[in-house]
Design a protein. Structure first.
Length: 123
């Protein structure tokens, strides 16, 4: 199996933009951007469902009932769905996800400096 090329965030954003443009799915107005946000929230809920399933007794109970048991693969797919919607919203509003992430990390580093939080045990 050939090794997949690692994609940067910028490349992922451009790939998604091309995908949307080719299909005429790029959110061009307020209603479409709003729908994209609602769909992103739906995908986040699906991710929460998978994590709840993986981190609780639910999987064991469902296995005993011979029901569908969510797996790590489901987590990977739902994370991908959430990521795609974040990229889609960024594209819709003309925001660089790389710049957005860098600003957030700078804010977090200033808010939570290592010298104050390095050895802090929050458990």
């Amino acid at each position: 199996m050939p090794e997949e090329k690692v994609m940067t965030i910028r490349e992922a954003q451009a790939d998604l933009r091309q995908f949307l443009d080719e299909r005429g799915w790029f959110p061009t107005d307020t209603e479409e951007r709003y729908y994209t946000m609602l769909h992103a929230m739906e995908e986040l809920g699906e991710l929460a469902r998978v994590i709840t399933h993986l981190e609780s007794r639910r999987a064991k109970i469902q296995a005993q009932r011979n029901d569908v048991v969510l797996q790590h693969e489901d987590l990977i797919l739902e994370l991908g769905d959430v990521f795609c919607h974040v990229l889609k919203l960024a594209e819709a509003y003309g925001v660089s996800t790389e710049e957005s992430f860098q600003r957030t990390m700078a804010k977090n580093r200033a808010k939570y400096p290592l010298d104050k939080f390095k050895d802090l045990n929050l458990e």
